[in-house]
Design a protein around this ligand. Structure first.
Ligand code: ZN
Length: 411
């Protein structure tokens, strides 16, 4: 399988501006090739091979196109066919797709080199390496994990994030990464995740991620449904309206799925162990009140996604029996029952007081670490500093020493 290894990149000012200039030329090449593609009759669209040949002509006519790496330019052209394939897959899954779009300045943010035109240098210095891209220059990359050998890299991609930060992705052929040995796991790299009641999740680092606001989408859905009810069943209007209802429903599903992808990817990338409550054993009493939210959020699908991505990124995802995690005091272990509307855990035995969901998340983490035999497992000793994704926020209790990372892709 193909694995994508992502690294932070630190091009100097000149290289960064040169890279950005190249990316913009690639954008123009792409726009050109997209137009060429759609100009051809539907049953006679150009192949990647056809367009590579045309690229040679285009370069003669527009000298700016010749300014970038020829291999990278071919990559940009080939990408159109890959994008078409993706669109086709979406259509097969019943998703409505448009055409490939013309991209304005700044919308196209990366340049890819396939097989040639780049070199990975490991010897730059402590924890750093360099990616040399033909016609762009040397880009230092931080090697927070081993850099791949040049000959093992199928594709090297230089990307400017919307935050302005640069990143390098290497696509390599590889096995799924091994999960870290429990003996070597630092509890600080582990997190417990409670299925929130007011929030979507609440973590043992006291991070709460809000539920998606789907009220507009639900309003739309209800409107379309009402309109459908007013129409003559089986009529052409009814049929058309039925499609609108289905579309509104689909929009809700996609939004939730996209959210779950981003959240699960973030968790497995950021931590070595993610302990989650297994919904099946969660007392019904606790879920009934917010049943609608829970259903929409499809917690069990989220757990499946999380486990799948844990395998992909080499992260332990541990499901724990969540029975009693809200009752149990994370400080002393004494159980106190509290109704759903009591938001704070206040222990009669030891006096420990904290947010109900935070206390539960810490218990989930402890249970997860116990089952993996990671010690010592008392979560309160862990530092709270972490990198937050754009969609997350901290609850009031913790200082906002945190960096916000935005615009991570959904995979
Ligand atoms: Zn206590």
């Amino acid at each position: 399988m193909d694995l994508t290894l992502r690294f932070r990149a630190y091009p100097d000012e000149d290289t960064a501006s040169e890279a950005w200039r190249h990316i913009d030329i690639h954008r123009q090449i792409r726009n050109h090739a997209v137009r060429d593609y759609y100009r051809a009759p539907r049953n006679d669209r150009p192949s990647a091979y056809d367009q590579h040949r045309k690229l040679t002509e285009w370069k003669q006519r527009w000298s700016i196109f010749a300014g970038v790496s020829a291999h990278a330019a071919q990559q940009t052209v080939s990408q159109i066919q890959k994008d078409q394939k993706t669109l086709k897959e979406h259509r097969k899954n019943g998703r409505k797709t448009g055409r490939l779009k013309w991209q304005g300045a700044g919308e196209f943010r990366s340049v890819a080199y396939q097989s040639e035109g780049f070199n990975v240098n490991h010897t730059t210095g402590h924890d750093f390496g360099t990616l040399t891209l033909s016609k762009i220059g040397d880009v230092p990359i931080r090697a927070h994990r081993d850099l791949p050998e040049t000959e093992n890299v199928k594709r090297a991609i230089l990307k400017k994030e919307r935050t302005g930060a640069w990143a390098v992705c290497f696509v390599v052929e590889g096995e799924q990464p091994e999960k870290p040995d429990p003996d070597e796991i630092d509890p600080a790299d582990c997190i417990g995740v409670d299925l929130g009641i007011q929030s979507y999740i609440h973590t043992s680092d006291d991070l709460s991620v809000e539920c998606l606001d789907l009220s507009d989408e639900y309003d739309q859905y209800a409107r379309e449904q009402r309109s459908l009810d007013r129409k003559q069943r089986g009529s052409a209007n009814w049929e058309e309206q039925r499609r609108k209802v289905a579309k509104a429903k689909r929009r809700i599903r996609w939004k939730v799925l996209d959210f779950q992808h981003k959240l699960s990817t973030w968790l497995v990338k950021e931590y070595d162990v993610v302990a989650v409550e297994d919904l099946d054993v969660k007392p019904m009493l606790e879920t009934s009140q917010s049943a609608k939210n829970k259903q929409d959020a499809a917690w069990s699908r989220f757990l499946d996604l999380l486990e799948y991505k844990g395998d992909l990124y080499g992260t332990h995802v541990v499901r724990v029996d969540a029975r009693g995690t809200t009752k149990e005091c994370n400080e002393c272990g004494v159980e106190t029952s509290k109704p759903l509307w009591v938001r704070e855990h206040s222990c009669p035995a030891c006096g420990h007081t904290e947010d109900r969901d935070l206390n539960a998340a810490k218990n989930i983490l402890d249970r997860g670490l116990n089952s993996l035999h990671v010690g010592p497992g008392r979560s309160e000793s862990m530092p709270v500093e972490t990198v937050l994704p754009a969609f997350a926020r901290h609850s009031g209790r913790v200082d906002a020493k945190h960096v916000v990372e935005a615009g991570s892709p959904a995979t």
